[in-house]
Write a protein that binds this ligand. Structure first.
Ligand SMILES: Nc1ncnc2c1ncn2[C@@H]1O[C@H](COP(=O)(O)OP(=O)(O)OP(=O)(O)O)[C@@H](O)[C@H]1O
Length: 211
């Protein structure tokens, strides 16, 4: 199922942060967005995630328009900016509470993904004692654990060591086989080179060129 972004624009305090963006994201493909700081990469992901309302245009998935026929996209997994976890609970407890919302992931599956990313699910360590890299891994676990059909990842390899970056890339390529639409931004050129089926360059809130 494709995700359609059609002519979306957004201004914040008089500044056009998204300027007439149209794009069709196809299932089973990975899209890599790159561009300078402030070019609108995060804003585009926030719009698709439904975190912001756009001034113009629409976002459609499965014949339904975001903010009209649905509040959020179904089957969405996202790492956008700082994920707020319950800081006084362990990593496993956090994922468990989040998984309770939909109830489609077993404890074993949470264990599996935590161990995959090198987090100990049995550890009592509270998230407020986590390092930046551990938080990022936990954020990736929460985004990936339900095998979403749409995956939005803003700088997913931030703060990760090389081994974890390799694991992340392997996992994303694995998820792609389930027809997931993955849209990621990265300052790590290698992420885009290795993962992206299509590269999207943003500049001044617009999509600059397609390659
Ligand atoms: N909360 C906000 N209020 C006002 N302006 C904002 C806000 N968030 C972002 N902007 C503006 O929107 C524009 C796009 O920002 P965005 O965060 O999408 O850039 P980006 O391409 O993700 O940059 P980076 O590479 O630094 O993450 C910038 O000009 C920024 O100043």
């Amino acid at each position: 199922m494709n995700l359609y972004v059609k002519s979306i624009s957004k201004s914040i305090k008089g500044e056009k942060v998204l300027d007439d963006i149209s794009y069709t994201f196809e299932s089973g493909k990975i899209y890599g967005i790159y561009g300078k700081n402030g070019s609108g990469k995060t804003m585009l992901l926030r719009a698709i995630a439904g975190f912001i309302n756009t001034d113009k245009g629409y976002i459609k998935y499965n014949h339904k328009a975001l903010h009209k026929d649905m509040d959020v996209l179904p089957d969405l997994g996202a790492v956008i900016e700082n994920i707020s976890f319950w800081s006084m609970y362990s990593g496993f407890e956090n994922l468990k509470m989040l998984s309770n919302i939909k109830g489609i992931v077993s404890d074993e599956e949470i264990y599996e993904i935590m161990i995959y990313f090198g987090l100990d699910p049995k550890s009592k360590k509270k998230v407020n004692k986590y390092s930046l890299g551990m938080r990022q891994k936990l954020a990736l676990c929460q985004a990936l654990m339900e095998h979403p059909k749409i995956l939005l990842l803003d700088e997913p390899t931030n703060a990760l060591d090389q081994h974890s970056i390799d694991l992340f890339r392997e996992r994303i390529l694995e998820e792609k086989k389930n027809d997931t639409i993955t849209i990621l931004t990265s300052h790590n050129k290698e992420d885009i080179e290795i993962l992206a089926d299509e590269k999207i360059c943003m500049e001044f809130g617009k999509i600059k060129e397609l390659m």
